[in-house]
Design a protein around this ligand. Structure first.
Ligand code: PRP
Length: 213
């Protein structure tokens, strides 16, 4: 019996384009953060993100059975906001590691051929590893990462992903904890960028077409 047994099971929230709150002449979702007229809508508010992160953290903690703390692996850069909020919401101790990878492909889609820019600083043998991802788009990056980390002898590998685009999946990956299923719209904010901008927004928004077209 763990403290988590009394918590409700995690459910992935389905978000559609119809849930987006469109910008108006009187309300610009990015303006408070200096992005004027660049976002067309807010898709997931900061409050809803934070509430979901608490649910994800409780679900992960409820499933933790090893004596050693889970090792949270943040895949830079997009997952950094999620990692820091997730680690702080976890009701058990955790340890942090960072990896940076780059995938060959166009600016907007990955090819699945991945190169490590920064590797883990330690051995993960016998540890429960939790990959903390901001978004699963094609699933190619994650699929490669799971295969790579599996060769290093961890006790278990789980994935917690804040967002998933089910309609963009090219390769199925086993992901135990997913916050939101979202449409294939161009999303930015809360770690997600377009040309390195918008990562600093506390919510997930839709980028105006005039910015990327
Ligand atoms: C994003 C995101 C995931 C990956 C998902 O990273 O953080 O790691 O793409 O895409 P996939 O499922 O199609 O592989 P990106 O390569 O854009 O780098 P960043 O995190 O530095 O923005």
């Amino acid at each position: 019996m763990t403290a988590g047994d009394s918590w409700p099971r995690l459910t992935t929230t389905q978000v559609s384009s119809a849930d987006a709150v469109a910008a108006t002449a009187a309300w610009d979702p990015g303006a408070e953060h200096g992005y004027h007229g660049e976002l067309s809508a807010m898709l997931i508010s900061a409050e809803n993100l934070q509430a979901k992160i608490v649910d994800l953290a409780r679900a992960v903690a409820a499933d933790h059975s090893l004596d050693s703390p889970p090792l949270l692996i943040c895949v830079l850069k997009g997952a950094v906001m999620f990692l820091t909020d997730f680690a702080r919401a976890l009701p058990i101790p955790s340890e942090l590691e960072f990896m940076a990878v780059t995938s060959y492909g166009s600016a907007t889609s990955s090819s699945g051929v991945v190169r490590i820019l920064k590797d883990l600083d330690r051995d993960i043998t016998g540890r429960r590893v939790i990959i903390v991802e901001d978004i699963i788009d094609s699933g190619l990056t994650l699929s490669w990462l799971l295969r790579n980390l599996a060769t290093r002898g961890p006790a278990a590998i789980d994935v917690v992903a804040l967002l998933r685009k089910p309609e963009a999946i090219k390769v199925e990956v086993d992901v135990r904890y997913i916050g939101f299923d979202i449409p294939t719209d161009f999303v930015v904010g809360y770690g997600l960028d377009y040309s390195e901008r918008y990562r600093d927004l506390p919510f997930v928004g839709l980028l105006g077409e005039h910015i990327y077209r």
